[in-house]
Design a protein around this ligand. Structure first.
Ligand SMILES: [Fe+2]
Length: 383
């Protein structure tokens, strides 16, 4: 059993300032900085760029990443990489920017339609090293060998998992997530919790991933509400660490049904990743509970919802109630409240969403492996 993780990880306030030194330590001289328009406006991209240049690197900027990166955006970034003759990619931003950076870095060795590389370990060529600097405490993309990229020809989200997609360096800097708006803190925070839970109950969980998964869950129990309520830096730092641990756990143990069902919601209705997971977590957990009651009970204990001597059945009930309560407190909306998701469009999309969820492979790792009909029913319950 191998655990695939970044070769170097820094988790500390100010970690972003290490980007230049880390790139130089890797023997690199020409960096492509991959980010989004918001990071440019806020001045963070300029700060990172200046740090890289100070370390002696020649830097080009690609800021064309939008939420839910597409294959087209990746190829645009790839063109910028080739034009600059970059030998290292710096990813700066939320999960979308980091996924784009990771994919751009391997695109040279893996040409042609991206669809052929979908799934597990399908890449054929190596890529450039990536230094990942997350700005949202959530996706854990800085720690994972997973990317999700939208296939514009079919309107589906492709998941690619490959060792060569794992960043070489992760710089987790709480100062960057300190200004996250409240709804984003809630959505990516519940996404982080979902990573911990799904990695722990996954059929692919191992002795190596369990401690990471439980540490993530425990930290979410300690810090998520405080990070949301008053955004204090200690709670935010706890969530940044939880995001890294959750990413490290699920990239090696897999995610399950929540993520399997969340990707089609994102692809069809453009619901951001964190939010689409958050709305599904309580419903899907209630469905999956009977497949791994002991494991879910451990999750309830790690969240501090029950004492250690509480029965497994009571812990399971407390978990479902606790997850529903968490969503209410963090003001996570129901599916029906999301802009653009009408009941008519939702019902019409159900069969395709269920098929796409199954095709992703994630539901196979779930404690209860659902049929397409059951997935449709779960979407309806989350409405
Ligand atoms: Fe996620």
């Amino acid at each position: 059993m191998a655990l695939v993780l970044p070769a170097t990880t820094w988790i500390e306030p100010g970690a972003r300032h290490r980007a230049g030194a880390e790139a130089v330590a890797l023997g690199r001289a020409r960096a492509l900085l991959v980010t989004d328009a918001f990071m440019v406006q806020s001045g963070v991209a300029a700060e990172i760029r200046a740090g890289l240049e100070e370390a002696g690197l020649a830097v080009a900027l690609f800021d064309g990443v939008e939420p839910d990166p597409t294959d087209a955006a990746v190829d645009e970034g790839r063109a910028a990489l080739v034009a600059h003759e970059a030998d290292v990619v710096i990813g700066l931003g939320g999960g979308s920017a980091l996924d784009a950076a990771k994919t751009i870095a391997v695109r040279g060795g893996n040409p042609g339609p991206m669809r052929q590389y979908m799934g597990y370990q399908q890449l054929v060529g190596a890529g450039l090293p990536v230094i990942a600097i997350p700005t949202t405490a959530g996706t854990g993309a800085e720690a994972t060998r997973v990317v999700v990229v939208t296939d514009t020809s079919t309107d589906t989200k492709m998941m690619l998992l490959d060792d060569r997609l794992c960043p070489t360096v992760a710089l987790v800097d709480v100062e960057l997530s300190a200004t996250m708006p409240r709804p984003l803190t809630a959505h990516v925070g519940v996404d982080t919790l979902t990573h911990g839970i799904e990695a722990y109950v996954s059929a692919k969980a191992t002795e190596e991933t369990d401690p990471l998964a439980l540490a993530c869950v425990r930290r979410c129990g300690e810090h998520l509400r405080a990070a949301w309520e008053d955004g204090d830096l200690e709670a935010r730092a706890g969530m940044a660490r939880a995001a890294y641990e959750g990413g490290a756990a699920f990239a090696n143990a897999s995610v399950c049904l929540v993520h399997g069902m969340s990707r089609p919601l994102g692809a069809v209705f453009h619901v951001p990743h964190g939010l689409s997971n958050a709305v599904l977590l309580p419903t899907v957990t209630a469905f999956s509970l009977e497949g791994a009651p002991e494991r879910y009970a451990e999750v309830a204990r790690a969240l501090g919802l029950v004492a250690g001597d509480e029965s497994v059945a009571a812990a399971g009930d407390a978990l479902i109630a606790g997850l529903e309560d968490l969503n209410r407190r963090l003001e996570v909306p129901r599916l029906r409240d999301l802009p653009g998701v009408t009941r008519e469009r939702f019902d019409a999309a159900l069969p395709k969403m269920a098929q796409d969820a199954l095709a992703s492979g994630s539901p196979d790792r779930n404690p209860v492996v659902p049929t397409a009909e059951q997935i449709e029913e779960l979407y309806r319950r989350a409405w």
